[in-house]
Every structure is written in C-alpha cells, then in structure tokens.
Design a protein around this ligand. Structure first.
Ligand code: NAP
Length: 272
C-alpha cells in the first residue's frame, strides 16, 4: 500500500504523519511519502505512478488544477470544483477526485454544524473556496456568499456557484446575517495574529466558524470566534476528514467515527 503527497513545496505537509497515524489506527501496512515535484516534472512523475510506483496520491499546491487535466478520468465533484486533491491509480489509469468538500462537510458535522438550510459565507477565492462553495451548495445551504481580498475573483466564483459576491463595505453587516463562516483563504497561514476579516467586522455568538488554516492551529479568527461566543472548528478536523475520504477512495475502507477523533488528537498533540 504505497501512497504519497505530491506538491512543490511539500516539506511542510502534515499529510505524511497523518496517513502514517491513520495506517496504525486502521492496522494497515500503509507507506506514505512526500514527493516534491515541479510542474515540469509532473507529467513524467505521473507516468511512474501509472506504472505502479504508487496506488494513489494526495495532491497539493500548485498541482491541484493541472492533475485534473493529466488524469485519465475525473469525478463529477473534481470537475465541478475545477481541481483535484486525490489521484487513484487503478490498473495503470489515474482517476482524479476532490475530497476537500466532503472533508469540510464532515468536519462541520462532527462538531455539530449542519449546513442544510444555513446561510454560508466563504472567505477566499482559490481552490479551497471553490470546494467549499460546491460542497455547501450541494448540501442544501439556503444562501451562499463569498468575500475575497481581490473582489474580481470573488465575483467570478460567485457567478460559477450561484453565490453572492460581498463587497468590502457590506461585509460587517452581512456577517451578522450568516450562520456559518468558512475561512478558505490563506490569511493567517504561518501568521498567528493575521485575520482575514477587515477592521469593523464583529462575530455574533450564534455563528459557527471553520478556519481551514491549521498552521497555527489556533488562528486569530478562531480566537476571535471563541471570544465572541461563536462555535470554532479548527482546520485539522477538515484535514483529517478529507484524508479519511481519500483513504476510502484508495482502499475502499471506511474508518469508524472514533478514528477521526483519535487522528485529530494525535495531530493536535504534534502541533502543540
Ligand atoms: P489558493 O488557491 O492559493 O488561494 C488562496 C486564497 O487566499 C486567495 O483567495 C487569496 O486571495 C487569499 N489570500 C492569500 N493570502 C491572503 C491574505 N493575507 N489575506 C486575505 N486573503 C488572502 O489556496 P487554496 O488551495 O484555496 O487554500 C487556501 C487555504 O486553505 C490554505 O491556507 C490551505 O492550506 C488551506 N486548506 C486547508 C485544507 C484543510 O484540509 N484544512 C484543505 C485545503 C486548503 P487573492 O485572490 O486576493 O490572492
């Protein structure tokens, strides 16, 4: 059972320790490595995967969009998102999929947050935000909003997913009207005091906030959420659930609910 995460850079990835811990939890002889591969090297690397070097890959930046085109087939979800975070190698063919959306929904559900009928605001306009919009839309969100540092990108994304692009001036008022806030931008990544919300934005106590950033684990946004009485869900929950969904695509094995809790605890301890 040989798997790897492919990206450039990839040394920072939490995936190797996550999947090795998952292998131990499931009692599987799972090998998992980090493969640093440049864009120019990617087609040749995938040929090696087709030839059997790996049974599956996790895919991270900057290859999530490219692999969708280099794979032999792509799932409906990966095509809708326009990016893949998973490749499954079956008999020399590569199938592209995307588990970020299901990981997000399961992370929220595991912490008691249901997006069906909810008003959801997504921050960011990259691949993670696309996956969040696709998943929350398909899970029955009542209304979808998107805010991004570069407004033109939010407008394009909103048009693609039937969402409303929120201008900066309207963000503080809109924040009072939403039920779920999904932080899918890179704001706060390795910057413990940076928040994606501009000055003047206040979180209300009935809000649920998931921050996809998990380095650091306790981001400024999550600290602000807790301080205002809102529910705070850290990005490790999503990382764990998208990984469990990947493992299921690769092996067909569905992990019991306790496995996610054990993996989250192990990674939380590592991050401390
Ligand atoms: P991406 O495609 O590079 O998109 C980055 C987005 O973040 C863009 O919308 C960008 O805005 C915005 N941004 C970057 N720096 C910012 C800042 N300082 N302030 C405000 N906005 C900023 O990346 P991605 O793949 O969508 O990933 C986004 C984040 O989610 C990353 O931190 C990634 O690690 C995390 N993620 C976590 C999980 C998980 O399982 N927890 C899964 C997927 C992704 P502009 O358009 O203005 O440049």
């Amino acid at each position: 059972m040989r798997y790897a995460v492919v990206g450039d850079p990839v040394a920072h990835s939490a995936s190797p320790s996550l999947f090795l811990a998952l292998g131990r939890e499931l009692g599987l002889p799972l090998e998992y490595r980090a493969e640093q591969v440049t864009a120019a090297e990617l087609p040749g690397f995938l040929e090696r995967v087709r030839a059997g070097a790996y049974q599956g890959l996790s895919v991270t930046l900057p290859h999530k969009e490219t692999v969708l085109h280099l794979a032999d087939t792509a799932s409906v979800v990966a095509r809708a998102v326009g990016a893949a975070n998973t490749l499954v190698q079956r008999e020399g063919r590569l199938e592209a999929d995307n588990t970020d959306g299901v990981g997000l929904l399961r992370a929220l559900a595991s912490q008691g947050v249901n997006v069906e009928g909810a008003r959801v605001l997504v921050l960011g306009a990259g691949g993670a935000a696309r996956a969040a919009l696709q998943a929350t839309r398909d899970a029955g969100a009542r209304a979808l909003y998107v805010f991004n540092r570069t407004p033109e990108r939010a407008e394009r994304l909103a048009a693609a997913f039937g969402a409303v692009a929120v201008p900066l001036a309207e963000l503080p008022r809109l924040l009072q009207d939403v039920d779920v806030l999904v932080q899918a931008s890179a704001a706060g990544l390795s910057r413990p005091t940076e928040t994606p919300l501009p000055e003047g934005c206040v979180l209300h106590p009935r809000l649920s906030v998931l921050d996809m950033v998990y380095q650091p684990l306790q981001t400024q946004l999550l600290r602000d959420a807790r301080a205002s009485g809102a529910r705070a869900v850290d990005g490790l929950w999503m990382l764990v659930h998208q990984a469990l969904a990947q493992c299921q695509l690769w092996t067909g094995i569905e992990a019991a609910p306790g496995v996610a809790i054990a993996l989250h605890a192990a990674l939380q301890q590592e991050a401390a």
